[in-house]
Design a binder for this molecule. Structure first.
Ligand code: D6G
Length: 796
């Protein structure tokens, strides 16, 4: 639809028209910002054509709509995405060049929309891309945070946070919908009047819709990402203003706006917890109202709801959407409780993303009841109904003074899914063991995936070009076609070209790091990369301990035949997670010493790149030789970074955890560096009270690396700085860093050996690419459509 109607000279005209009439600039005076806005508007026009046509078609065909509710959408930059999905790279480049502008400069001017913390939010963004590519009518619903995930910088090696400001400049991708404003209530009380239950909230906040079109591959379909912003119902009190109290006059507006102000406010204090719960209800309730409004515009029988809509809860954050839909159907629309429950149950599905007990949401009943009194009643009735149907059990969404969102989601949902085969199995054996026994058909597995458009075609154009030249371009929307590359991998000429691409990507990363951070990396070295949120279970500290031991060993024997390595880290630590922040500090301190060490710096460099985000990942993933996926087995539900690296030709060093298991199955065990305990061994090992000391006693390298933390080697100005990390690893080590260290060291030396045979390494890397086709999010979405939603593509 979108691409063929315009010729490039037309596109140049469109660009100039937007520069002139949207931005009010002439080409002589326009800044990169003006060009970016003009280009974004010119591209957006093409997307809108598709968008309107898709919306119209969904109405005409009365297609089943999928609603993906998520607290996070980590979409990153949209201009490059739009240009690639519309297949307009050359046109856009030529049009800009005709005005003397460089496209890369313009693309890099766009701020990164960081409306998420990590994997869960990026998964939601990949799913939106796949839903549009497949042509499944779908909406993402979330919050329009004014400040996304904080910006990270380092001061003396320590993480410092500052507000993220993606909305400081006008955002060309969204459409404000002032006509879609929904009042959301909080607090107050519940009355029984004229045979009906009525909730009278004490406070109202308005949710206003902002829509962003999400276009799929080749512009054939576009769905909507609808984000809600908090507004005051009465934004301005004129009486207060006239009485001279200017601040109080605008107070309602300021308070209402805090609800969509920041992503995941610090929730270690009571006020923070309350805000978080309010955010969850705010966007879930606004979305449910909007979903019902759209349904009502086409249907008048509520029984049809499960046939016409499917709601997916991305983790428990939107779990309150279930009781909210039930409340509206029962209290406001007059259905019996049983009927309302039945309908709600058949509309709702829940994705579990973690087995970590501290990450499964639970709310104090008093706080919950104060904010959502009617919902607390409803949750009691849901529990009663569940108990009645299963009287021999006492499983409950409410117990010990808490509302348990995981259990609530399970009980409400028609389907519950895990995000990798291992995670789904563990879910059945652990957190939902008893619920699974009651409802054995409810849990299904949908292993995560990543969109090949962003995570290969656009972030790695040279590799994409080589693949297209070899097997044609159909792989972009049908990633399993990558297996057709296998015969070429036997051809040394082709393999050399594959290696040239990797080397060029590494050189580009070196230029970037030198330009932005003033550090010269050795492009000949192996680029060994660990990028993800900082967390003890992800074990960045295992990686840095091995790096320390490696450095010590190189110093012992500097003239040996060492394989040069660059260890690259990036990732943010939660503001209140001090241990994780100390690990960042340690990595930066190790980097300072090691990079300055004349005896080792030719063969070992360490760098921690600040402010990890989607755009930085797009630079790092294509340049990686080795992917670090080293979580304690049983802790990483899936991972998606692991898939991005494999797809871009970086073999994994990893544990049998999350989707690593399936990656290894697909790429072949000879193309994956496995180490570490299995999930059940982890559980057994933890029962030994002295597991860490035993591991330390058995491996002098580990003992020496820990000693370097204790004796202040890396922090001579503050020798005690890392004692607590060494103590934690020696005396508690819940995540079994010490117990896995020796095997990790072994696997790293195998990596060294393998990398020395560059031809064999290139083959291994290329096989990782050729065999990663299954990890497309298109495959995942087809799985959801078929096993969970019963939804269909509307693209003929
Ligand atoms: C999106 C797409 C736009 C449509 C609008 C309202 O912004 O074309 O008009 O949604 O659609 P409904 O919410 O009324 O379906």
């Amino acid at each position: 639809m979108a691409r063929s109607v315009q010729t490039s000279s037309n596109f140049r005209d469109a660009l100039l028209r937007h520069l002139t009439y949207t931005m009010g600039k002439d080409p002589e005076h326009a800044q990169p910002f003006d060009w970016r806005m003009a280009l974004s508007h010119a591209i957006r026009d093409r997307i809108v054509d598709t968008w309107v046509a898709s919306t119209r078609k969904t109405y005409e065909q009365d297609g089943k709509r999928v609603y993906y509710l998520s607290m996070e959408f980590l979409i990153g930059r949209l201009l490059e995405d739009g240009i690639f999905n519309l297949d307009m790279v050359e046109e856009a480049k030529e049009a800009l060049e005709s005005f003397g502008m460089d496209m890369r400069t313009i693309l890099d001017d766009e701020p990164d929309a960081a409306l998420g913390n990590g994997g869960l939010g990026r998964l939601a963004a990949c799913f939106l891309d796949s839903l549009s590519t497949i042509g499944c009518p779908a909406y993402g619903y979330g919050i329009r945070y004014e400040n996304g995930l904080f910006k990270q910088s380092f001061v003396d090696g320590c993480q410092v946070e500052s507000p993220e400001t993606w909305l400081q400049e006008p955002h060309p991708w969204e459409f404000e919908r002032p006509e879609v404003r929904i009042n959301i209530g909080f607090g107050g009380d519940v009355h029984f009047e004229n045979g009906k239950t009525v909730w009278r909230p004490a406070e109202m906040i308005q949710a206003e819709a902002f829509d962003t079109p999400i276009v799929g591959w080749q512009g054939r379909w576009a769905n909507t990402l609808r984000l809600w912003a908090g507004r005051a119902v009465d934004p301005f009190d004129l009486d207060l203003f006239n009485s001279g109290d200017f601040a109080a006059a605008s107070e309602h507006e300021a308070l209402a706006r805090t609800i969509s102000r920041v992503l995941y406010p610090e929730d270690s204090n009571e006020a923070g917890k309350e805000l978080r719960l309010k955010q969850e209800y705010f966007f879930s309730a606004a979305s449910i109202r909007d979903i019902l409004r759209r349904f009502d515009s086409q249907h008048n029988d509520l029984k049809l709801l499960p046939e016409k809509i499917a709601i997916q809860l991305n983790d428990t954050h939107p779990a309150i959407a279930g009781p909210e839909l039930l409340r509206i159907l029962h209290d406001e629309r007059g259905l019996s409780f049983e009927e309302a429950l039945h309908i709600t149950h058949h509309c709702m599905n829940y994705t579990n993303h973690t087995l970590l007990p501290e990450a499964l949401e639970r709310w104090d009943e008093r706080l919950f009841g104060r904010l959502l009194p009617r919902h607390l009643d409803i949750i009691n009735r849901i529990d009663d109904a569940h108990y009645k149907a299963n009287p021999h059990r006492t499983l409950s969404a409410r117990s010990d003074g808490q509302v348990k969102m995981g259990e609530l989601s399970f009980i409400m949902a028609n389907r519950v899914n895990g995000v990798s085969a291992l995670h789904t199995d563990l879910m059945k054996q652990t957190v939902f063991k008893e619920l699974n026994a009651l409802h054995p058909d409810r849990i299904v597995n949908e292993t995560n995936g990543v969109t090949p458009r962003r995570w290969l075609h656009s972030c790695n154009p040279a590799l994409s070009g080589l693949i297209t030249e070899t097997i044609g371009e159909d792989w972009i929307a049908d990633l399993e076609q990558l297996e057709k590359l296998e015969p070429s991998i036997e051809d040394q000429g082709w393999l050399d070209r594959f290696t040239d691409v990797k080397n060029a990507n590494k050189a580009a990363l070196c230029d970037y790091v030198a330009g932005v951070h003033g550090v010269n990396l050795n492009p000949e070295a192996m680029f060994d990369i660990q990028i993800k949120r900082m967390h003890e279970y992800k074990r960045q500290h295992l990686n840095i301990l091995e790096t320390i031991a490696h450095w010590q060993e190189i110093r012992d024997n500097p003239t040996a035949d060492w394989v040069p390595r660059v260890k690259i880290f990036a990732g943010k630590a939660a503001q209140g997670y001090h241990f994780a922040k100390d690990i960042i500090h340690l990595i930066n301190d190790v980097a300072k010493l090691v990079n300055a060490d004349a005896a080792t710096r030719d063969v070992l460099q360490v760098i921690f790149l600040p402010n990890y985000n989607v755009s930085l990942a797009e630079r790092l993933v294509p340049a990686a030789d080795l992917s670090e996926q080293i979580s304690t087995a049983g802790k990483e539900a899936s991972g998606t970074g692991n898939m991005k690296f494999a797809l871009n030709g970086a073999p994994t060093i990893g544990t049998l955890d999350g989707a690593n298991v399936e990656i290894r199955d697909h790429v072949g065990k000879e193309n994956f560096f496995l180490f570490g305990m299995l999930a059940d061994e982890v559980m057994q090992r933890r029962m030994m009270h002295d597991h860490a000391q035993q591991a330390i006693n058995a491996d002098p390298r580990l003992g020496r690396a820990l000693e370097a933390l204790r004796d202040g080697t890396f922090s001579p100005e503050d020798p005690g700085r890392y004692t607590h990390i060494a103590d934690n690893l020696t005396w508690s080590d819940y995540f079994l860093v010490c117990s896995d260290f020796t095997d990790y060291w072994r696997a790293q030396r195998e990596v060294d050996k393998a990398y020395q045979d560059r031809k064999a390494w290139a083959k291994m890397a290329a096989l990782n690419t050729a065999r990663s086709g299954w990890f497309s999010s298109d495959r995942t979405i087809h799985g959801y459509m078929c096993d969970i939603w019963g939804a269909k593509s509307l693209i003929p």
